[in-house]
Each structure stands twice: as C-alpha cells, then as structure tokens.
Design a protein around this ligand. Structure first.
Ligand code: GLA
Length: 417
C-alpha cells in the first residue's frame, strides 16, 4: 500500500506506512564510501566534486574493496547547487560537477558500482543552507531516479515543526518508490521519535544517534542525543538498546559512518574495534575517510573478509552486550546463521596518553554466558589474527588487551552445548 504524496510532498499519513523495505534493495547491510571525512574534516567545508567521486570509485575497485561487497559511492551535504533551477529542479553545483550528475552516475555504474546523494527532509540542508527536499519530494525523487541514482541519504535539518519525522520520511519514501527505480533510502533523523519502531518500514537503514565523531570517547561521555559521540560512546549507547531486538533484514540500524584511521584521532586500535562492532551489529559499512592509496593497515581493516562475513551473515541480526564489569571488561555476543556465534571481548578502560601495561585486561567468558553450557567444547577462531586458537572447554580467556582493543572471535560448538 502506498500513500500518494501531495503536491507539496507532505501528504497526510492516512493509510499506513509503505513497506519501503520491499523495494528490491537492502537485503544486506550496505557497504561503501561517503565523502563526509574525505573532502575535508568531516563537514567543516564539505565541497565534493566530480573528480573526487571518480577517484574514490576507481579506488574502490583497484583496492579490492568492491570484490568484498563495497559498492556504494555516496556524496554527503556537498554536491548541490545553492539554488534550484527555474523549474524548481535540484541541481549539482555546476563548477564542481561540470559533467552533471547523470554522467557521473554512468561512470560509477560502468565500474559495477552504485551511486548516491544526500538531501534533507526539511527546507534546507544542515550545512550552507543548500536546498532541502521539503515541498519537492516527488520532483526530487523523479530527478534522482532520472539521473540513475541508487541511494538517497535524507537528513533531518529544517523540518517544519508541525510534521513528525515518521510522516515526512514516509512521504519521501513513497515518492521514491513511485519512481519505479529501486533506490536505497537511508533515514538520517538521528534516532529521533523512536525510529527503531518504524524506520524499517520506511527505509532500508536508519541512523540511531547523532553524528559519529572521529574520536574514541568524548569527555562528556555523550550517549544517544547531543551533537555527536565517539566510537566508544556509541558502543555503550547501543548496548542500552539491546539491538538484537530490532535489527532486521531490509531495516538496518545505522551507527553512522566508519571513521577508519581518520588522521590523527582514530588510531589503528580504535578503527579495528569500530569495524568489529559495526559488523557485530550488521551495521552499514560505509567508510567516510579517503580510500585512494590506502596504507596497508587501513586495507587490513577494511578488507578483513572474516569480519565482513559477520556483518553480512544471513542471521540478519545484531550482537548484544553480555557483561560490562566495573574493571572495564566487556563481552558481546551474536548468533550466526550456521549456529556459530560471534564474540567480542573489549577492554573498555579509557586509553591514557602514556599507555601503561597495568591498564591491559585479560577477559574471561564462560560459554554458558553466550547461550552454550559450562560443559561446552567450543572451537575458537580469532578474526583479526586469522588463526584457529584451538578447542576450549567451559570458558575462554582473551589475550592481553590494551584499552580500547578487542578480540573478535567466531566460535563453533563441538559438543555439550
Ligand atoms: C548531519 C548528519 C551528518 C551529515 C551532516 C551534513 O549532521 O547527521 O551525517 O550528513 O548533517 O551537513
């Protein structure tokens, strides 16, 4: 059932939300790249270009990323011209996109990839007051489809207060579906209005909190709302939501972009742990830092096929926190489709400027804590060491982990579970 949007794009939600998840895309968490922290410091200026998008798309292929499932090449709040044209059509900035959007989409498609842009549910975008889509939902949806776009991220700035997020995002979803082109609809309304309850009926992914900033932990320990959070703040916030209860196929929870090795604030350890958790949650793996000429350590993170396999696993669920001890030991666990489980053991102590070995933790977990029994014999594989660690009866003890570091395991029951 679809609700036709009115001319203003603000039709009343009279019949019920459209099942946008049924539009042919989003069967797996999307993987890709976004301009956000590549063209500058995560939106400080945010001026993407045709040349940048082509460079990153080509890198997605040459780096081997596309072979592992990365396919979306997305622009954030950086591509649109300041004004709509005389007919009210949204346009790319003519200087930075001299070939227009259709030619760029054709190029990205010629590489076997997909392309997306950003807009807002309100009247203007969050930066530079670029045109938002309010009042133009149908017109913009048709324009995006005619350019051959595959992915629309819809932000929540300048939303007229008299409408709810659910109403307006539903109307935009309807307009996209009405084009007949399968377009991945990414809701970026920052976790407002209990989006877990309805986001999956309207789009294929929905942001669960404010922006992920390229830090491990912010001094405020911000959780949930607020301007933004570090990686560890997001981990702790999502623990409170028990994500396995609502993450599902075609409706992925979005903890925001990967900040992989953002220089200088995201260390290898932070980035490795970030990638582990996003995968444990079946989250979109959309990296926002430069993927051209990546250093080897960055490739080792983004190209870890064993961790990506957890993200893309047919169980289509998320892992939840098992324990969070006062000494900083955390354990998380997730069911996998073949009966295995993914486990993360995390040292949740705050990293210090001068690291001290006394802050390292060795984390023990009993198999009964992840749904097996304390008699279980379990085969353990380390997904970052790419090594089988052996068979463990009853419990497992991690290696010595520095603050913010984690061990990510795939465990298989052999007997007595
Ligand atoms: C909001 C979003 C970010 C980004 C910016 C663009 O803050 O949450 O992800 O898209 O707007 O201005």
């Amino acid at each position: 059932m679809r609700v036709a949007a009115t001319v203003l794009g603000v039709g009343v939600l009279a019949i019920g939300p459209v099942a946008a998840y049924n539009n042919g895309v989003g069967a797996k968490p999307p993987m890709g790249w976004n301009t956000w922290c590549t063209d500058d410091v995560c939106g400080l200026i945010d001026k993407c270009s045709d040349a940048l998008v082509r460079q990153q798309a080509a890198a997605m292929v040459s780096s081997g990323m596309s072979k592992l499932g990365y396919q979306y090449v997305n622009m954030d709040d950086c591509w649109a011209a300041q004004e709509r044209d005389a007919d009210g059509n949204i346009q790319p900035d003519p200087t930075r996109f001299p070939n227009g959007m259709k030619a760029l989409a054709d190029y990205v498609h010629s590489l076997g990839l997909k392309i997306g842009v950003y807009t807002c549910i309100g009247t203007t975008t969050c930066k530079n007051n670029l045109p938002g889509s309010f009042g133009h939902y149908e017109q913009d949806a048709k324009q995006f489809a005619s350019w051959g776009l595959d992915f629309i991220k819809c932000d929540n700035c300048a939303k007229p207060a008299q409408y709810t997020e659910q109403e307006l995002y539903t109307n935009f979803s309807n307009a996209l579906n009405a084009t007949g082109r399968p377009i991945f609809f990414s809701l970026c309304e920052w976790g407002m209005s209990d989006v877990q309850a309805w986001g999956a009926d309207v789009g294929q992914m929905y942001r669960i909190q404010m922006d992920h900033l390229p830090f491990w932990e912010l001094p405020t320990h911000a959780a949930g709302m607020g301007f933004g959070q570090g990686t560890f703040d997001i981990i702790n916030y999502i623990a409170t939501l028990t994500p396995s209860t609502f993450v599902k196929q075609y409706g992925w929870m979005d903890p925001d972009f990967l900040m992989t090795l953002f220089n200088p604030t995201m260390t290898y350890t932070y980035s490795k742990t970030e990638f582990s958790f996003w995968s444990l949650w079946s989250a979109p793996l959309v990296v926002s830092t430069n993927i051209a000429n990546m250093p080897q350590d960055k490739m080792n993170i983004l190209l870890n096929a064993e961790v990506i396999a957890i993200d893309q696993d047919d169980s289509h669920t998320a892992g939840d926190r098992v324990f969070n001890k006062t000494d900083g030991c955390q354990a998380w666990s997730r069911n996998l489709a073949n009966g295995d489980k993914a486990v993360i053991l995390l040292n949740g102590r705050t990293p210090q400027w001068i690291p001290s070995p006394s802050d390292n933790l060795t984390i023990s977990i009993g198999w009964e804590q992840i749904g097996f029994t304390n008699q279980s014999i379990v085969a353990v594989r380390d997904l970052w060491a790419h090594a089988n660690l052996g068979n463990f009866t009853g419990s497992f003890k991690s290696s010595s982990l520095a603050p913010a570091d984690c061990q990510m395991l795939r465990v298989k029951c052999l007997a007595s579970c």
